[in-house]
Design a protein around this ligand. Structure first.
Ligand code: 13P
Ligand code: SF4
Length: 301
């Protein structure tokens, strides 16, 4: 059996679409109908007419697809692919904070569970966080959750006072300033592109901080030939495919998110064949989480 052919056959038979995040394994990116960053995947899920969405990424992303496309059957081929950062902002803790600070605007990175999104005002991704923060009047207090690093990087850029939840991405947290310095010493002509989930001290040593989708656009438009990629290593697959004449270097040790690597071609095949495991959310969670995601999608890019 050729698994790629079987997946394509079942995708057509089920009237399905396969969405994959830029960090998934190369084979998964290659079979997907659409590969993108968190914002692009949210937009795709919102406009998608497919009966079945096979979501290859971590759990909160599949939940977002379900919230935005509630009539579709959303399959998450490996239910063990979670995001530890999303789990750092539990719904009951966020609800408690909100109750205690009724005047604060709660801004949540999309890396939160649907249950947590029920207690916030507006979502953002690393691709639109600046625009989202700028859409909030200057005199309002802001709590940014769960990623303290993304929050601090945006606050510094916009010179905006904000409170930060004590959450972080365990993969980007391990990208240390000395790793950037070592990579620069090895490849002095390369431009350093970094993800804003990294610590501010690391971001300060890079040339440009962008979402994964932003990195792809930046590299394509750049006259430069070589790049040091300071984010999860899965992005290099697409960067290299779309820019065969350019050179990409990861860091040492290679940043890797084990959860993003959990979905295999076998998982996708079985999921399409058995139509399971499906993302199921209570109706009140779908309704509660939709509001802050839609508010985010209304913010002009
Ligand atoms: P983006 O693809 O939106 O940049 O997000 C990265 C990420 O870590 C998602 O979990
Ligand atoms: Fe979560 Fe970080 Fe993995 Fe993204 S890279 S899914 S933020 S743990």
């Amino acid at each position: 059996m050729d698994i790629n052919n079987e997946i394509r056959r079942l995708t057509a038979q089920r009237e399905a679409i396969i969405l994959a995040h830029n960090y998934t394994i190369g084979e998964v990116q290659d079979i997907a109908d659409f590969v993108g960053d968190s914002l692009e995947l949210s937009r795709k899920a919102a406009e998608c007419q497919a009966k079945v969405i096979v979501f290859c990424g971590v759990r909160f992303m599949a939940e977002t697809a379900k919230v935005l496309s509630p009539k579709a059957l959303v399959l998450h081929p490996n239910p063990h692919a979670g995001c530890p950062m999303a789990d750092m902002a539990a719904a009951d803790e966020v609800a408690k904070y909100r109750q205690a600070h009724p005047d604060t605007v709660m801004v949540a990175y999309v890396n939160t569970t649907a249950a947590t999104k029920c207690h916030i005002d507006i979502c953002c991704t690393s691709g639109n966080a600046e625009k989202v923060i700028e859409s909030i009047p200057q005199d309002r207090k802001i709590m940014f959750l769960p990623d303290g690093n993304l929050g601090r990087n945006i606050a510094a850029k916009l010179k905006r006072d904000m409170e930060f939840w004590p959450g972080f991405c365990p993969t980007h947290f391990k990208i240390l300033p000395e790793m950037i310095t070592a990579a620069r010493n090895m490849h002095p002509d390369a431009e350093v592109i970094i993800h804003p989930e990294c610590m501010p001290a690391t971001v300060a040593l890079a040339d440009v901080a962008l979402s994964t989708g932003g990195m792809l656009r930046h590299v394509k438009a750049s006259p430069k030939h070589s790049f040091i990629v300071a984010t999860e290593c899965g992005l290099i697959h697409r960067l290299q495919q779309e820019n065969p004449d350019k050179e990409f270097f990861s860091l040492e040790p290679k940043p890797l998110c084990p959860n993003m690597k959990k979905i295999s071609l076998e998982d996708i095949y079985l999921s399409l064949k058995e139509l399971t495991p499906a993302v199921e959310l209570p109706q009140e969670v779908i309704d509660g989480a939709r509001h802050p995601i839609e508010k985010m999608l209304e913010v002009k890019p």
